[in-house]
Design a protein around this ligand. Structure first.
Ligand SMILES: [Zn+2]
Ligand SMILES: [Zn+2]
Length: 102
């Protein structure tokens, strides 16, 4: 979730909440290790629970929400130039979510 999404949903139960409090809370959750920050290309930071394991993200081009994907492409070594060493990868899928398709 983005700061704006967290702020909007938290404000429902806590109407007096300020956005600075959300920033401070996310910072301390990251420091405590329970939340990690992710950044999609060309976008501001988003936050998700730590310890989810290897996964990727799907960004809806209509509503802008980001969802976790369960699968990974797996062996990407065939894309790597000869004699190069692959140490990681990052993958973002784009499209329309089920809500926006409905
Ligand atoms: Zn959508
Ligand atoms: Zn992967």
């Amino acid at each position: 979730m983005s700061i704006e999404e967290i702020f909007t949903s938290a404000k429902i139960s806590e109407p007096g909440l300020g956005v600075a409090t959300v920033y401070r809370t996310m910072k301390s959750l990251i420091e405590a290790g329970s939340v990690v920050s992710i950044t999609l290309p060309g976008e501001g930071p988003r936050f998700e629970s730590a310890g989810k394991g290897h996964h990727h993200h799907f960004r809806c081009s209509d509503c802008g929400r980001v969802f976790d994907t369960k699968a990974c492409l797996g062996n990407l070594r065939r894309l790597v130039p000869r004699r190069f060493e692959l140490t990681g990868h990052d993958l973002t899928l784009y499209g329309r979510c089920a809500d926006c398709r409905a």
